[in-house]
Write a protein that binds this ligand. Structure first.
Ligand SMILES: [Zn+2]
Length: 318
């Protein structure tokens, strides 16, 4: 197997990513294991800069033997979509797996075949495939010294298998998007608390509408709560007045907080004309207060008309 030295490929690896990979290696001493590598890249002609920023674990349904390893793709896809939501420009850069368990110190023919198919596949997002291969366990060593690994890149439309020389690999201290680093959990926390806030504020407006609905259904049974795209929530229907007549009322509720309500009388009788103008200027804190006030002011108007007294159409503000 001949590997080509890749002078025009540079690789940036966070120490936390290597640590995550080595931790997984520690768990599988006999069988092969591996995972997906996430990050970003920059392309300029033949120059390629790969920057790793995450490692997805193999997943609960991964299959392993000493010479065979298959990742749990369904699980990894789910994690990838989650990370993508938080970091939209993230890419699946490639894979990592282990050979120190079988003694092969480079990619196998099968590995190369698989990666070749991947990099040439129409659904593969980038025109390269990055592979990190753990080739040796160093007994007695700790930390980032306990395993030895190599870095390979395959490019679309290019038969070579490139090995990135150690001089082109830079170790950095940047945090990972996955597995959950501090930054990552901070982003998640912020997302969770804004969700909780949205739920809480939704909750606060609910009792107001429920109270409205209970009171209105009981005291104004002919008035129905309706909803339209244009108007939002509103009520419409007839209210029964003191003289036994009915008048049709529309209560509009503002679509934004504090959700004030306003009232319109539909085709009011001549007797109710004086209250129409007053009602048109008033706002109410809820649908039920709007309807109660309307009923009262209409009744007051009817009574004053009946008793022959001129009465100012004043509203009780709630
Ligand atoms: Zn392999």
């Amino acid at each position: 197997m001949i590997f080509t030295k890749a002078d025009d490929i540079r690789l940036e690896l966070p120490r936390a990513a290597i640590e995550a990979i080595f931790d997984e290696c520690d768990r599988y001493n006999v069988d092969e294991t591996g995972g997906r590598i996430l990050g970003t890249y920059k392309n300029a002609g033949r120059q390629l800069g790969i920057s790793v920023s995450g490692v997805i674990e193999p997943g609960p349904a991964a299959q392993r033997t000493q010479t065979y390893f298959k990742q749990d793709g369904e699980y990894q896809e789910k994690i990838f979509r989650k990370v993508e939501d938080l970091v939209p420009d993230i890419e699946h850069l490639g894979n990592w797996h282990t050979h120190h368990v079988n003694g092969l110190r480079h990619l196998s023919g099968g590995d190369i075949e698989t990666y070749r198919r991947t990099v040439e596949h129409a659904n593969h997002n980038t025109d390269f495939f990055y592979a990190l291969l753990v080739i040796e366990k160093k007994p007695g060593q700790t930390g980032l010294q306990r395993y030895v690994f190599k870095n390979y890149v395959m490019r679309r439309g290019d038969e070579n298998v490139y090995e990135v020389p150690a001089s082109n690999v830079t170790l950095v201290d940047s945090p990972l998007v996955w597995p959950a680093s501090e930054t990552h959990s901070r982003i998640q926390q912020a997302a969770r608390s804004s969700e909780a806030y949205a739920r809480a504020s939704k909750k606060e407006t609910r009792p107001e509408l429920i109270d409205d609905q209970e009171v209105i259904a009981q005291f104004f049974p002919k008035v129905k709560m309706l909803q339209s795209k244009e108007l939002g929530i509103y009520w419409r229907g007839k209210i029964v007045l003191a003289d036994g007549s009915e008048t049709e009322v529309v209560v509009l509720r503002d679509t934004a907080e504090p959700f004030e309500c306003s009232v319109t009388l539909r085709e009011p009788t001549e007797a109710l004309e004086p209250v129409v103008k007053t009602l048109g200027k008033a706002t109410f804190p809820s649908g039920r207060t709007a309807l109660i006030a309307t009923e009262r002011v209409c009744n007051a108007q009817l009574v004053s008309a009946f008793s022959g007294k001129k009465r100012r159409g004043r509203l009780w503000m709630f």
